[in-house]
Design a protein around this ligand. Structure first.
Ligand code: C5P
Length: 230
């Protein structure tokens, strides 16, 4: 199996477009992220097919947030699909409920700390406590680990500080916002290269557009894999 440190974000609208990307990438990529954008286009069915029929690993990026009983019930249902990673928001009660729902399965619960689309002004509007965003992200990660999260989603800029936390040993750090040198940034701002993310302690990097929008997705994925291996 290929190097599963690279997770490709299947940010396409439906199963047909998703299978097209997977066919192009072939054995080069073994781990895919499926998120809310494909939910109404058969995302869960594609996740199931890729896992069961194509032997791929699957990260379901649903960023769940609700009262504990509802999160637990939702995760219990998702756990039956035998997928690999699921995201929830990093509030300790949500993480605890998700872990209850995932008990008796191999599904890893990853906590989203603070969405990278939010700046300090947004946090004020959301009544977050004062402070530097990076510090808050590290504190949220620490609390999520203590609540039992198997890992966190963190930008390449925070992965080093999170890796240095005592509570992060044996925990996963999964990092989006990764761009090979010279690639288009799109709407990503807090970015770094694949090799720096891995060096900073991330276990997996999540890359979407630089691969799926490339004229040669297989070569783009191959180049990233070569970079993180070196
Ligand atoms: O195309 P690109 O490489 O920017 O895609 C990154 C993927 O990671 C997208 O699916 C995006 O939703 C996701 N993501 C992110 N930043 C976060 C959490 C998730 O870019 N903080």
């Amino acid at each position: 199996m290929s190097d599963d440190r690279l997770i490709v974000a299947l940010d396409v609208p439906n199963i047909i477009a998703g299978m097209d990307v997977v066919d192009k990438l072939g054995a080069t990529v073994s781990f895919y992220k499926i998120g809310l954008g494909m939910l109404t286009g058969g995302g869960l069915a594609l996740a199931d097919e890729l896992k069961q029929e194509h032997n791929k690993r699957i990260f379901l990026d649903l960023k769940l947030f609700d009262i504990g009983a509802t999160v637990e019930a939702a995760v219990k249902g998702i756990a039956k699909y035998e997928l690999d990673f699921l995201t929830v928001h990093g509030d300790p009660n949500v993480v605890k409920a998700a872990k209850e729902g995932a008990a008796d399965s191999n599904l890893k619960i990853l906590a989203v700390t603070i969405l990278t689309s939010l700046d300090r002004k947004d946090l004020n509007a959301n009544m977050y406590k004062p402070g530097n965003i990076s510090d808050l992200v590290v504190e949220r990660a620490d609390r999520a680990f203590q609540a039992g999260a198997d890992g966190v989603i963190a930008s390449p800029l925070e992965s080093k500080r999170i890796r240095d936390l005592v509570s992060s040993s044996d925990k996963l750090i999964v990092t989006p916002g990764v761009r090979p040198e010279g690639a288009e940034l799109g709407d990503q701002k807090r970015i770094s290269t694949p090799s720096i993310a891995i060096k900073n302690g991330s276990n997996h990097i999540v890359v979407g557009r630089p691969i799926i929008k490339s004229s040669d997705p297989k070569a783009a994925a191959h180049n990233i894999l070569t970079e993180i291996k070196s």
